[in-house]
Design a protein around this ligand. Sequence first.
Ligand code: SAM
Length: 279
Amino acid sequence: MSAPKLHVVATPIGNLADLSPRAQQILAEVDLIAAEDTRHTGRLLQHFNIKANLISVHDHNERQRAEMIIDRLSQGQQVALVSDAGTPLISDPGFILVRAVREAGYDVSPVPGCCAFVAALSASGMPSDRFSFEGFLPAKTGARQQTLSALSADTQTLIFYESTHRIVDSLKDMALTLGEDRFVLIARELTKTFETIKGAPLAELIEWIEADSNQQRGEFVVIVQGAPAREVTGISAESERVLALLAAELPPKRAAALAAEITGANKKALYQLLLDKKA
Ligand code: SAM
């Protein structure tokens, strides 16, 4: 290694054999590793017999750490950034640090590897030409339903991260806002012993997961098939989005009237759309 650099290193999402030889080499050679949780990363490094200087970088200290890391780079050092699992910055800290380092004029280089949603999508059989990665849904029911309602007309594949505590509630909110027939796939514990990938219409999927508490344990990627493309309604995706947001809070007629006023779309067509969705 020559010029000082921040290496953004992906780590395994379960199976330790997924840490690439290049990642191992870089983690062994850098002067400093900035890790989301130093104890967690310490265990990974121990497994690979790598000795390193570790500092923590998390949501609450990222700005200060960025200054410290830029200082190290200015001394000609090599620094790596890792998170607890998968690719840093993907629903993980690091964005503030990476931006600060780039703005300070130093190189940032990725060492690619695992990413849970990419792994899930690659094995899902869901349309992958266009997709939207939405990260974690809000923890509170109201906000979650609102977020889902706003996405209900999106024709792209939608991808979410979900935790063991909320998987059932989130699937139920999806059934409420997207319809019980929407096809959804859950990818649980990828690359680990109890890896399970199961896709079904929401009503069936909820029945399946509620019947077996083991299936509610672990880490999840949830992949939602996009809404069917609408033809000849003359209603734009933006109008549908506004309509969905209002319909989550108001009776259908009022929601349609307000959405028509806001977006200029036809009130009757908007109302019909809400009726069609309920059918
Ligand atoms: N940076 C990571 C990545 O590249 O995927 C994601 C970090 S995010 C804080 C953690 C979430 O990723 C988990 O709650 C879960 O939704 C998902 N995840 C991580 N590992 C997973 C696995 N082995 N199987 C399924 N989902 C996983």
